[in-house]
Design a protein around this ligand. Structure first.
Ligand SMILES: [Zn+2]
Length: 220
């Protein structure tokens, strides 16, 4: 892809309006992985510095301090514009789209684990309460009167109430956990180019569509 140009002149991709910056001061070569950046000084009048050192050619990353002439560049702003430039030109996002398959797999797995844990936990609580109740009834068999059946009734009602309330508390907690998982999933499961939310359908569905419904970038 074409180099990303930097300089004072308006026809650069990144314009810096400062007298110490040459009209065409430098350019960034973008690697085939779209994530490797090489800074090239274009024989500028006042030179360039990366991390305080004068350079002509140097690999840079998001932590590099770039100085053109007397101007120290805002690194975040610079890389945001560089990223936008790369995204604008690219149409094939097959590699990034493939990663989404793993994102979906991870989400399904985590969701399954939360549900399974909840089932085991509530089953265990119910089991403990039932066994406790049975033991109590067995022990108090001597009380065979109207009074004792009233006690059994009270215990029975209490037990059922306990089971229902325990289950509903855990269910709420599970719902929160599942909501959290879903939020994380939707933040990741979107179009690699335009961030269009893809979480309403499965990865396989989107693969069969071949491209993004919004920006039309390709991914197969
Ligand atoms: Zn898109």
């Amino acid at each position: 892809m074409e180099d990303f140009t930097i300089g004072r002149s308006e026809n650069n991709n990144y314009v810096i309006n400062d007298a110490s910056v040459s009209s065409h001061h430098a350019k960034i070569s973008i690697g085939e992985d779209f994530n490797t950046f090489t800074f090239n000084d274009l024989n500028s009048t006042n030179g360039s510095k990366i991390n305080g050192q004068s350079v002509l050619i140097k690999k840079i990353n998001k932590k590099s301090q770039i100085q053109l002439g007397n101007m120290l560049i805002d690194t975040d702003d610079f890389f945001n514009k560089l990223k936008a430039y790369i995204l604008k030109d690219r149409t094939d996002f097959t590699i990034e789209f493939k990663v989404l398959e793993e994102v979906e797999k991870k989400y399904v797995k985590q969701k399954h684990r939360v549900n399974k844990f909840f089932k085991i936990k509530s089953g265990f609580i119910r089991g403990v309460i039932t066994i406790g109740l049975l033991l109590f009834i067995m022990k108090s068999e001597i009380l065979d009167s109207v009074e004792s059946s009233r006690i059994y009734l009270m215990i029975g009602v209490g037990t059922i109430g306990g089971i229902i309330s325990t289950a509903s508390v855990s269910e709420k907690r599970v719902k929160h956990k599942l909501d959290d998982l879903y939020i994380d999933y939707t933040l990741e499961f979107n179009c690699p180019k335009c961030s269009f939310d893809l979480s309403s359908k499965s990865w396989r569905f989107w693969k069969s569509k071949n491209n993004c419904p919004r920006c039309k970038c390709k991914w197969v």
